[in-house]
Design a protein around this ligand. Sequence first.
Ligand SMILES: [Zn+2]
Ligand SMILES: [Zn+2]
Length: 395
Amino acid sequence: MGQEIENMRIHFYGVQGSGSIFPSKEERAAARLQSDLQLLEQVFKRLQDEHSEDGQLKGSIRDVLGGEPERNSLTKFREQLELVEPRVYGGWTTCFRIETADDYDIVIDCGSGFRICAEDIMQKWGEKEERHLYIFGSHAHFDHTEGFDQAAICFDPRNHIHILANHQYLQALDQNLGIFSHHIDMEVGGIQTPLHYELMPANFDSTEIRDLERYPASAEDDPMVGTFHHINEPIVLGDTTIQPFEVFHPDPCLGFRIEHNGKVFVYCTDHELRKGDDEDHPLQIASREAEQRVIEHATDADVLYRDGQFLEIEYHGHQGINSPIGVSRKDWGHSCIEDVVAMAERCRVKQTYIGHHDPNRTWSERNWIDETLVRRSEQSGRLFEMAKAETVIDL
Ligand SMILES: [Zn+2]
Ligand SMILES: [Zn+2]
């Protein structure tokens, strides 16, 4: 997209939960069949239009095609047809990018989608002198950090990479790579990746987002932390404010409300609205309180990205996901699609993208859920969609 950014441009690079997935042989064959049938249908419709009443073709095939049947004329002919691209739901694990009108580059989470995301940022930067990337991390789980050391942006000494996240996220990067402390624990080094800070010449610095009222920072804190930021205070980058908030997940996890010039994007990955029987269970209480924070931050948002990994029937284990055996998903840290839709409607969110797709969910099932969401959108006048990689939203 070449046009000017009005406020924020949001790119979805990875929306897949838990691990990267790509369509199976059968799913590719099904998509191909769908495309082929669509193409044949359109071609024969065109030929029918070229028929006279007695069923004869008015001109030659060459007339219909506008030339001999070779690459150029076939390409031109195809361009005139109304073909719909097959929908893509899977792909890389979590990574989002935000470009702002005042030229800040922001990334949220470094799942495997970060590799391509970073390529695009480097391409945009070209020979630019001011090379600053702000990365916000939600939590330390592998599917939100795995793409970090695969990104070309970490290997150019001109680049400044500022990472703002909770303690666990910073620690996950530092333990494996030593990018902040310039030290690697011998027990951990080399196990997950052959790379480390000496091989990664970009400039890295860290800001720990923490509840400083409950857990004040002290001098004895980890040497990996550059600065601390109180969770209740917004982080200001030019005209953009980023407000972190705690969600509910087995590993401490942050959501972010990003606002630019009155436009609001809320990012809420890996959050569970827990569905237990005991309302007084400590986890049930913590989940309810976190859900309340999500509601507060998402109310009247323009765009919400939220984890909806399961259908309710799957969460309770009454039905398996691409498996005949249902397993309870309680305390796995993810929410139900039905709850996300209900919450977004109550909060008057304009566009809701439901992601962190379960890796076991088949393409056809994703399609089926997406079509159900499209019907819901038509009824409610608000947009609901299964999040798809390569989506770009201008706000
Ligand atoms: Zn995740
Ligand atoms: Zn997680």
